[in-house]
Design a protein around this ligand. Structure first.
Ligand SMILES: [Zn+2]
Length: 316
């Protein structure tokens, strides 16, 4: 009988969970709306019920469970310190009470770190010893797999590549610094670029698309695809900066591969070509042989990341 784990992906709107086999096959999917309360016993009750329902669909008891969560996660303490998009997930210890209710070991991991291990085990990072993974979505996250194991750092916060400073005079980041990658290349950052273009009346095409609502990163891309040079320049500049950030990390880490996932990748070559060019132009010796690969795990990346962590924990 194949070993299974219970994987859960905590998001701002939904908590998704499923049973995952060692080969990455996913069964027994369930999801609930993310508990909107700050009452920890209510949150724990709803998540426990979800995980139990998934676990009960297994023929043999799962060997463990893992929750992948956005935000600052203390994996050692099994705690969400703060998850910016989920009110109520603050200094919340999840693993100990969930493990006692489920009767199996339960782990928690930062979602971007889990995604890195998920890519290494099930996705674009298969066959690598050392992997750098970057998620380019609403924010920018990252994770490192070194010698086939997730690298967590001293306190479990390793992989925060979104807060690599690219321009000290750049826009303010949510972390308090200026000019972080996340403040210049993420979904939030591209929306801010679109706002600045509108404020300068620099893009009639974007103005036509957006009207009087708030612009998004998707609007910026739509205008660029429609031939708007100013919008295209913003996307290319973002790709260039991301390449500088990733190239710097490649110089430090010398990974076998860099894998990428996240919503901003829909911008395709307009975004990726300048990124690739900048990355390989600054990454000198260490870049030789480093491959750049796009995730193919799609919407299941979160679940497979959590599953990869649960399997790693189960073999410790
Ligand atoms: Zn920052």
């Amino acid at each position: 009988m194949a070993r299974t784990v219970v994987a859960a992906d905590l998001g701002g709107t939904h908590v998704r969970a499923a049973l995952v086999e060692e080969n990455g096959r996913i069964t027994g999917r369930r999801d609930i709306r993310t508990p909107a309360t700050a009452e920890s016993h209510v949150i724990l009750g709803e998540i426990a019920a979800l995980l139990k329902a998934v676990a009960s669909s297994a023929a043999d008891a799962p060997v463990g469970a893992c929750l992948a969560s956005p935000g600052l996660i203390s994996a050692d303490e099994g705690k969400v310190i703060i998850a910016p998009n989920i009110a109520g997930f603050r200094n919340l210890v999840l693993t100990v009470p969930l493990a006692s209710q489920l009767g199996i070991p339960v782990a928690i991991e930062n979602d971007a770190s889990a995604a890195a291990l998920g890519e290494w085990r099930f996705g674009a990072g298969q066959g690598c010893r050392h992997l750098l993974h970057a998620t380019i979505g609403t924010g920018i996250g990252g994770g490192l797999v070194i010698d086939g194991r997730l690298y967590r750092g001293a306190k479990g916060f390793a992989g925060e590549i979104g807060h690599t400073i690219i321009d000290p005079g750049g826009p303010r980041c949510a972390c308090g610094s200026r000019g972080c990658l996340e403040a210049m290349v993420s979904g939030v950052a591209f929306a801010a670029r679109a706002r600045r273009l509108l404020a300068k009346s620099a893009s009639p095409v974007l103005k036509e698309i957006v009207g009087y609502r708030e612009p998004t990163s998707a609007d910026l891309f739509l205008a660029a695809k429609a031939g708007d040079r100013a919008c295209e320049a913003e996307i290319r500049h973002g790709g260039h900066l991301l390449g500088l950030g990733l190239g710097s990390l490649v110089n430090v880490l010398n990974p076998d591969a860099v894998t990428l996932s996240g919503g901003m990748l829909v911008m395709g070559e307009m975004f990726l070509a300048p990124m690739r060019e900048a990355m390989f132009s600054i990454a000198y010796g260490p870049a030789s042989g480093t491959s750049l690969r796009l995730s193919a795990l799609g919407d299941d990346a979160g679940l497979l990341g959590a599953a990869a962590v649960a399997f790693e924990r189960a073999t410790e």
